[in-house]
Design a protein around this ligand. Structure first.
Ligand code: NDP
Ligand code: MG
Length: 383
């Protein structure tokens, strides 16, 4: 039996993780859940899965939940301390990091320190703190199993690697809802339009990141850390149908790709059942419904999320933190309707250009950089 803790159980990845657990009750159970504030849903999850611990970041919501769950044996915790304790729960074998944003850094580190394997969805943590979590995981002997569909695909294509060197990673991208549009055509796009993703159903932050191609930029940095490759070895390929989830090219020219339906539950499940491919809740792909699989190159002039990320990781040190933190701020403000879509790039470029790089930032330094960026952006772009 694999005992699972789900950090961010009420979101898109979190709820799909619970679907995977429902599919395999004989081999998995849930020992801990956590969310930000949505206690109606986490209460239902707690009653269904009977975890030992439920952590809610919002302290008031945590107190309300404790009252509601008073008739159960569930221990309810609040705040960052609660998330950290939840990730360290002695009975968990693996923590699924399905929380959104760099708020996931401290709980993820706590889980690794406690010897838990990580099923990593929370890419912002890898982007900002890859230099901390990957060496720590190696030191503690814990596995970092990718949940992001592209990284799961690469991980799967690497299974037959043996001693072979890889030439390139081909990281696919759907291109999002605005693929093919010009800069002029993006001037007045709204959050509602950005949130209408053509192939994936995901949480709001990553959906907007997909529209801006910032998501692909985060994924290039994530791939660099997870697979220990040079950024020049990663090539982004547009695959609008999201059927080819990514590929690895070996030195002899052979390319191994992983394909499948656009259903995150396959990647989530593989992270939990690795190295086994078991029956999953996903509907199998019907090739007769595919008119044709297209491949193309990204438009980096219009969608600057990708080149800005590559520039950030080439600079290294704290620059990926700046890329990520300024995007977290801009993404949230865009969704509130307070800045335009194209301003997301301006905010990222502006904050990156003024930053003095810290070589290998500590966790405290990472959050100090985020605080500085939030204060600067509020003042300059939102007052
Ligand atoms: P959602 O917005 O759907 O869910 C986010 C989850 O994080 C919710 O459970 C939310 O709780 C929780 N959360 C937010 N803030 C806090 C906090 N301060 N403390 C505790 N919990 C918090 O996001 P997604 O599921 O889409 O994405 C999660 C992560 O997975 C992201 O890093 C994303 O990039 C990555 N990812 C997602 C994919 C997808 O298909 N959705 C694909 C690949 C990667 P609450 O509901 O209470 O707010
Ligand atoms: Mg992805």
């Amino acid at each position: 039996m694999k005992h699972i803790a789900v950090l961010g159980s009420t979101g898109s990845i979190g709820t799909q993780t619970l679907d995977v657990v429902r599919k395999h009750p004989e081999m998995m159970d849930v020992v801990a859940l956590a969310c930000g504030s949505r206690i109606d849903l986490i209460e239902k999850q707690a009653r269904e899965f009977c975890p030992e611990i439920v952590a809610v970041y919002d302290e008031k919501a945590a107190s309300d939940l404790a009252v509601r769950l008073a008739d159960t044996n569930v221990k309810v915790l609040g705040g960052m301390d609660g998330l950290i304790e939840m990730c360290r729960i002695p009975t968990a074998d693996v923590v699924v990091t399905a929380i959104v944003g760099m708020i996931g850094i401290r709980p993820t580190i706590a889980a690794i320190e406690a010897g838990k394997d990580i099923a990593l969805a929370n890419k912002e943590t890898c982007v900002c703190a890859g230099h901390i979590i990957l060496p720590l995981a190696a030191e503690k002997g814990v596995k970092i199993l990718p949940v992001d569909s592209e990284h799961s695909a690469i991980f799967q294509a690497l299974q037959g690697r043996a001693g072979s060197e890889i030439r390139r990673i081909l990281l696919t991208a759907s291109g999002g809802p605005f693929r093919g549009r010009t800069r002029e055509e993006l001037m007045n796009v709204t959050a509602a339009q950005a949130l209408a993703h053509p192939t994936w159903s995901m949480g709001p932050k990553i959906t907007v990141d997909s529209a801006s191609m910032v998501n692909k930029g985060l994924e290039v940095i994530e791939a660099k850390w997870l697979f220990d490759v040079d950024v020049d070895q990663i090539e982004v390929v547009i695959q609008p149908q999201s059927i080819i989830h990514s590929a690895v090219e070996y030195e002899d020219g052979s390319i191994l790709a992983q394909m499948g339906p656009s259903d995150m539950r396959i990647a989530i499940q593989y992270a939990l059942t690795y190295p086994l491919h078991l029956p999953s809740p996903a509907v199998p792909l019907d090739f007769r419904t595919l008119a044709g699989l297209e491949l193309g190159v990204p438009d980096n002039e219009t969608f600057r999320g990708l080149p800005l990320a590559i520039s950030a990781i080439r600079t290294g040190g704290s620059m990926p933190v700046v890329f990520n933190a300024s995007n977290e701020w801009a993404n949230a403000i865009f969704r509130r309707g307070d800045i335009s879509f194209l301003q997301i790039y301006d905010v990222i470029e502006d904050t990156m250009s003024r930053h003095s790089v810290i070589a290998a930032p500590t966790v405290d330094e990472i959050f100090a950089v985020q605080d500085e960026i939030d204060a600067y952006c509020e003042e300059k772009y939102n007052s």
